[in-house]
Ligand binder design. Structure first.
Ligand code: GLA
Length: 733
């Protein structure tokens, strides 16, 4: 017995020495650097053709010095020489969480990806795409790693393309978009959980060794409980204007999974991609599987700079018409719910004009005849006008709107079906449900199987018909209220492909829609903010953050969304929710694209004239909010107030939005709030706007330099009598 133990120790020791020798012997053959204005991401090709990711951070002046990187870390033994793999494959010597895991056609589960080449494409004068080509040594199995750099915005988009030529289908067991390695000691994660009417609840934590996962398995409405967007502080707690922080998320509206693994050497590995839950994807030979993109930025000056990077990138590269115009609107959801008819709509069109906004948005309830949509229990799928509510059809309303010089938009929820609908009766096989089990509903409805091309055609035609039959239709609100229960597709041969193909099917429909209607403004809604990611936002002009329109709660949600998404995309409605006065509600809606969802008849004459004036004021300043730079000056979770500044790109105009979030007789802003982003050499005339019947406490002729405002600051004088204060700055030199 003793003899064997000794032998084992000797063998183990020999193995360790061998391992160490291998580690020492490996030489980096080549550095490949992905660069933006301020950042670099460095990959190395090792002597054994492994590709590692060894650096992500501030760009070095001399690219030759990236070779010295590894020598600076003495972090102990890496048994495998692959802790830093740029795309960790499993089944050979890997000991950590893989980025990719497969079952080959012959059932073998080992994959070892080696460098076979690289390509650099120039997309335009701001963007380059690096492609690293990898191949397994034994199997005809290929992976391409794509790194698309947005130079000015410091944003990197990363994804993988997986292909094979094996004899039968290969099972993709895990297939991340990105495998990012960060060297450091401490990592601080800011992530977001939530629920209906409680979206984007922030949570901060220090990551410990092991794996922390952010994921969703809901199929649709996947952000109901969790966003895939996060911020990660490297070696420092996350702050607004200091320290290194990575901000990013997955461009995917289906199930996602982001693993953060603090490895035995204290490094952090982030594997972000489609959730492989119930989705061991069956991939046919010769077909490319393109993962969604994981897009991120790294700022070395805190969150604020990271957000501005993402905002600029999103307005340029993702949102439809990101630097364009948006419609202000009146919506009827909270004022009528399902209870309306032609007469009421006609009146609402008048009110739209009276209020001075651009568009009237007709919400849920306009369709279904055999089963009229008078509640949320029926008619999804039956997209014809309800004859008793709209006897003359939508066209007569669109025409009337145009006559009244108001634009007209409409709500649809095209991915869904009510069990009480003609569609369900006619096409039960289009519905996602288990064949032999009880149905289970989310908001009394089920999801259509968008992995089926016939269903994709049906959904596209719902939209297309609306536009064909109603020329002049100007706006769509696309909703998606249900999650997927009882996941089963009558169309799929392999159920493992369903979740992924659903989301790809959704994007196929949206691609087709955008090919035909490239600029129609469209709001992304998912029972509130259940689907906010850049995978979906590339088809939309704006998103609905939450069905919770209480302005107090909205301050927090809108603030957190602003970390990742530009304000031009945030749809903020003034409603009857919340006990605050109209001024406070309007001021909070100014943090994005303003709209109203209330009955004008319920406003006093004074309130109505204030609202009308506020719309005009908003029109005057909205471009600073939509197209300018955002500086978050005070965090409502830390201070007794939130304060945000928008500065026009040329720094000639700015807005400061301030909200008190702790109400007591004595709470106030006792000190000045320091500005950011102004021109120190300019003098700014400061004026309080959106005053409702009171005089401003800010002197009317106040002129201060950018230098003063940034070094000393400005006190908006928030207090119990002034719970929200909006200040406009205009440069006078
Ligand atoms: C969802 C949306 C709401 C509204 C209703 C209509 O809840 O988030 O804004 O459109 O559906 O049923």
């Amino acid at each position: 017995m003793k003899k064997y133990t000794l032998l084992l120790v000797v063998v183990l020791f020999a193995e360790i020495v061998k391992g160490q020798q291998t580690q020492l012997m490996l030489k980096t053959m080549e550095n490949i650097v992905v660069e933006t204005k301020d950042l670099s991401l460095v990959l190395t090709v090792e002597e054994n053709k492994d590709v590692n990711m060894v650096y992500l951070g501030k760009k070095l002046q001399d690219p030759n010095e990236y070779r010295q990187l590894n020598g600076q870390y003495k972090q102990g033994h890496d048994y495998t020489n692959m802790y830093q793999s740029a795309y960790t494959a499993s089944g050979t010597r890997n000991l950590l969480e893989p980025a990719i895991s497969v079952e080959h056609a012959d059932g073998n589960q080992a994959l070892d990806l080696k460098f076979v080449g690289q390509e650099l494409k120039t997309i335009d004068n701001n963007r380059k795409e690096l492609i690293i080509k990898l191949k397994d040594e034994l199997y005809p199995f290929h992976v391409e790693l794509h790194y698309l750099s947005n130079f000015q915005e410091n944003v990197i988009e990363q994804w993988a393309v997986i292909k094979h030529n094996e004899k039968k289908n290969v099972k993709l067991i895990k297939y991340a978009s990105a495998n990012i390695n960060l060297k450091g000691e401490d990592y601080y994660l800011r992530s977001y959980h939530g629920d209906w009417i409680a979206e984007m609840q922030r949570e901060d934590e220090k990551l410990t060794h092991g794996i922390k996962t952010l994921d969703s398995k809901l199929g649709t409405r996947t952000n109901l409980f969790r966003s895939s967007y996060f911020a990660l502080g490297l070696n420092n707690r996350i702050t607004e204007n200091q320290g290194t922080v990575l901000l990013g998320g997955l461009e995917w509206s289906g199930n996602f999974r982001v693993d953060f693994e603090k490895d035995p050497q204290d490094n952090l590995r982030i594997m972000a991609g489609v959730n492989n839950y119930a989705s061991h994807y069956s991939l046919a030979a010769g077909t490319a599987f393109v993962t969604p993109k994981f897009s991120f930025t790294v700022s070395t000056n805190g969150l604020g700079e990271g957000s501005r990077n993402l905002h600029d990138w999103a307005r340029k590269q993702r949102l439809i018409d990101g630097y364009g115009e948006r419609y202000t609107l009146l919506n009827n959801w909270e004022s009528t719910y399902f209870n309306f008819d032609e007469q009421k709509i006609s009146h609402l069109l008048d009110n739209t004009k009276k209020l001075g906004v651009d568009l009237f948005l007709l919400d849920d309830g306009w369709f279904g005849n055999k089963y009229p949509r008078n509640a949320d229990t029926s008619a999804l799928g039956d997209w014809e006008e309800n004859k008793s509510k709209l006897p003359n059809g939508l066209l007569s309303i669109v025409k009337e709107a145009n006559k009244k010089d108001v634009k007209f938009g409409i709500w649809v929820e095209p991915e869904m079906v009510s069990p009480k609908s003609e569609l369900y009766e006619k096409k039960p096989q289009w519905v996602v449900k288990q064949p032999k089990r009880d149905e289970y509903y989310f908001r009394n409805q089920l999801v259509l199987d968008l992995s089926n091309p016939e269903v994709q055609d049906f959904v596209f035609n719902i939209l297309d018909n609306l536009f064909q039959k109603n020329p002049g239709l100007a706006y769509i609100k696309w909703d998606c209220n249900a999650v997927i229960y009882n996941a089963y597709s009558y169309f799929q041969k392999d159920q493992n492909n369903f979740y992924v193909d659903y989301t790809k099917g959704l994007y196929r429909v949206l691609d087709r829609f955008r090919e035909k209607y490239p600029t129609v403004p469209m709001m992304l809604c998912s029972g509130g903010g259940g689907r906010i990611d850049y995978g979906s936002l590339q088809y939309f002009t704006e998103y609905w953050p939450s069905d919770n329109t209480d302005p107090f709660d909205r301050i927090f949600m809108q603030y957190e969304n602003s970390l990742f998404f530009p304000s031009i995309a945030s749809v903020n409605h003034v409603t009857t929710f919340g006990k605050q006065d109209l001024k406070f509600k309007i001021d909070v809606a100014m943090m994005g694209k303003m709209g109203f969802d209330l009955n004008l008849e319920e406003l006093s004459a004074d309130e109505l004239s204030f609202a009308q004036q506020a719309v005009k004021t908003y029109d005057q300043y909205k471009h600073i909010i939509w197209h300018g730079d955002l500086f978050r000056l005070a965090d409502p979770r830390k201070d007794n107030h939130a304060s945000l500044a928008y500065v026009s790109k040329d720094k000639s105009q700015a807005l400061m939005l301030n909200y008190l979030v702790q109400y007591s007789q004595v709470s106030s802003t006792s000190a000045p709030i320091q500005w950011l982003g102004l021109d120190p050499n300019k003098k700014y005339k400061i004026q309080e706007i959106n005053l409702h019947g009171t005089n401003s406490w800010i002197p009317s002729e106040l002129i201060l330099s950018g230098d003063f405002l940034m070094k000393v600051g400005l006190n908006p004088i928030l207090n119990n009598n002034r719970k929200s204060v909006i200040l406009a700055l205009k440069a006078i030199n």
